[in-house]
Design a protein around this ligand. Structure first.
Ligand code: BGC
Length: 382
């Protein structure tokens, strides 16, 4: 009798534990934890978005930065697939924009100059003689205000909205811009990034997201065996200093042709002028479907883990950067030194240097108008 009771009790305990665990796994939530303190004492928090399937994305309110993102492999095993640092200090001293929102203007503006209504503006110069990713202290170095976190258990989604107010004159840009970035992790393992912004004076805006992905989850490996597809017939060629010429160049019969998926390493070191100028892929592709509201434009497949990332946007261009400037000098998460080409960025945006290319889609934002952008990174395995 005793042993029957004991057996029944054990069974009940096992059942309760299992149901608690499955509840835990099945629950979408946002968890907040202190990440670190800046030298002025201000606290930076980490917000972990969980969708209940096992995928987790951690975001800090410094640079609105994605510090980790787990994705499943073909055996359902989750691993962190973005480069980053173990602590706040890493992000404060970072010069490679790991995981951050960059702006006001993502990418380069030639000599940091542009004109609005005949008036010339001079932005801070931080990349040779040019302006890059918002200047000396871009949005990636700012403390953002967390305006909302939300978990929808029924939908299996979790989200965070962060806001940054960029003052008139910051880094040389006119107008006070209020930018809100919403990160939502959906039940379908998508990271959806929504931007919305307004200004009080005519200005320019072209923010983007700068995660470096390494789908192997092993950051000591390069991304050269990853198979990349970019749905683009044309690319915007550059001159020395990586400023666009203003032309569109056909990718046919060049190493820039990713219309059929191919390994990034296949031609990255080809004897091809555009690759030599940039030290590898670091160019903007002209996306074929950019007349559509939101469209899939790229996929990355890592053959060993089977991880697949598909990227969609409503933007006309994407900067594909294969981490050429990583040189082992950065010590990232778990003490790993990030060597050349151990991460890749797919940064949806307007064509680079658009403030000086009047024939291209304009980055001008006027008072009374709302800037918006949606870019989605979707993770699966096959
Ligand atoms: C640019 C690279 C630059 C890198 C900085 C990328 O978006 O295209 O040229 O070196 O950002 O981390």
């Amino acid at each position: 009798m005793k042993s029957v009771i004991l057996f029944c009790l054990t069974a009940v305990v096992i059942l309760i534990t299992a149901s608690c665990q499955s509840n835990l796994k099945g629950k979408a939530m946002v968890e907040k934890k202190l990440f670190g303190k800046l030298s002025d004492g201000s606290e930076i928090n980490a917000y972990t978005l969980k969708n209940g399937n096992g995928m987790e994305i951690k975001i800090i309110n410094y640079g609105a930065t994605v510090v980790s993102l787990t994705a499943p492999d073909k055996n359902g095993k989750y691993a962190d697939v973005v480069l980053g640092y173990d602590n706040l200090e890493g992000y404060v001293t970072d010069k490679s924009y790991l995981g951050a929102i960059v702006g006001r203007y993502g990418n380069r503006i030639g000599k940091g100059k542009f004109k609005l209504d005949g008036k010339e503006y001079n932005l801070s110069i931080n990349d040779g003689e040019n302006h890059l990713h918002g200047g000396t202290e871009g949005f990636n170095k700012k403390v953002w205000n967390v305006v909302k976190t939300e978990a929808d258990e029924t939908a299996g989604s979790a989200s965070i909205s962060l806001k940054y107010i960029s003052k008139d004159g910051e880094e040389g840009y006119p107008g006070t811009v209020e930018l809100t970035v919403n990160y939502t992790l959906t039940k379908d393992n998508e990271l959806s990034i929504n931007y919305s912004a307004t200004t009080d004076k005519k200005t320019i805006l072209n923010p983007t997201h700068h995660s470096y992905f390494n789908l192997s989850g092993d950051m000591t490996k390069t991304i050269l065996d990853n198979e990349l597809m970019i749905d683009a017939n044309k690319v915007t060629p550059v001159v020395k200093g990586l400023i666009t010429t203003g032309e569109f160049a056909d990718v046919t019969n060049t190493p820039m042709d990713f219309r059929n998926a191919k390994k990034i390493g296949k031609e990255v070191d080809a004897d091809y002028e555009q690759l030599k100028l940039a030290g590898g892929y670091d160019h903007n592709w002209v996306l074929n479907k950019h007349q559509e509201k939101i469209f899939k434009f790229a996929s990355v497949y890592e053959p060993v883990s089977g991880r697949l990332m598909e990227v969609s946007t409503d933007q006309p261009g994407v900067q594909f950067y294969c981490g050429n400037f990583l040189d082992g000098s950065i010590t990232g998460k778990n003490g790993v030194k990030y060597a050349k080409r151990t991460g890749l960025c797919l940064e949806a945006q307007l064509y680079p240097d658009s403030p000086n290319k009047p024939e291209w889609q304009s980055p001008v934002l006027e008072p009374g108008k709302v800037y918006s952008q949606t870019t989605i990174y979707k993770f699966s395995a096959k």
